[in-house]
Design a protein around this ligand. Structure first.
Ligand SMILES: Nc1ncnc2c1ncn2[C@@H]1O[C@H](COP(=O)(O)OP(=O)(O)O)[C@@H](O)[C@H]1O
Ligand SMILES: [Mg+2]
Length: 237
């Protein structure tokens, strides 16, 4: 496997079994993501977007097929190894922000760095990343003192604070208005362009899709379309 390939899926299937009912969420997905990708996963509700991101993020394991993430064969890893991979190499942004309510923005970023074992420098690093993303004014506020858009920007700061190779975002703008969606996507794209962080995000918002350089469409658990735009910047300026 070339080191520029971050994610390699071959025949990945996922079947959820609830009692006697089976839901075929992914039906044989073959795809690669490379360093520097800024890719949107799109498709109707129930098409398998969240399932796919959960597998790539090592939050869950596939029923069948091969999935390598950052050189690791996910299906052969223990729970503990998957937890370490998530903590140390992958940043996550969720639809519902998921900041710790009792901690300030600064402390939310520091907290993740602390889990990763960062030493004394974590306070400076948290300050640095918040400043870099234009969030210095919010650093001492708790989530309930921030708007949704501000909270999600702090969540992006938290996701990239430890310089992960890969950031996964499942419908990160689902709770944001158009203006805040634009701010968030521009921030993500700047991080992609300036720091080479690879992003894979799901969305069903056409406005958000315009920011992606690569658009992967899932329909009923299969890849229906995979288009990479040739210009480095998208039309959403
Ligand atoms: N934990 C689960 N248990 C059972 N079925 C599930 C579970 N998660 C998702 N599914 C089913 O798998 C399919 C894909 O879901 P999902 O990956 O959430 O799609 P999307 O994110 O595109 O809306 C759907 O039919 C959904 O009902
Ligand atoms: Mg989903």
């Amino acid at each position: 496997m070339s080191s520029s390939i971050l994610v390699e899926a071959k025949g990945v299937t996922k079947v959820y079994t609830t009692g006697k009912v089976e839901a075929h969420a992914l039906r044989g997905v073959d795809i690669e993501f490379r360093v520097g990708d800024f890719a949107a996963i799109v498709g109707p509700s129930g098409s398998g977007k969240t399932t796919f991101l959960n597998l790539v993020g090592a939050l869950d394991v596939a029923t069948d097929g091969e999935l390598r993430v950052l050189g690791n064969d996910i299906s052969r890893m223990t729970k503990r190894q998957r937890a370490d991979l998530r903590l140390n190499s992958i940043g996550f942004v969720f639809q519902a922000y998921n900041l710790v309510p009792v901690l300030t923005a600064q402390e939310n970023v520091e907290f993740v760095l602390e889990l990763q074992g960062a030493g004394e420098q974590r306070s400076n690093r948290a300050k640095e990343v918040l400043a870099q993303l234009g969030l210095d004014a919010y650093s001492s506020r708790r989530p309930n003192e921030l708007s949704g858009g501000q909270q999600q920007r702090v969540a992006v700061a938290r996701a990239v604070a430890a310089n992960p190779k890969l950031v996964l975002a499942d419908e990160p703008t689902a709770n944001l208005d158009g203006e805040n969606s634009d701010i968030l996507l521009k921030m993500m794209r700047d991080l992609n362009e300036a720091q080479g962080i690879t992003f894979i995000f799901s969305t069903h918002d056409p406005r958000v899709v315009t920011y992606a350089r690569r658009v992967v469409t899932l329909v009923d658990g299969r890849i229906d379309n995979d288009v990479t735009k040739n210009s480095a910047t998208s039309s959403a300026e």
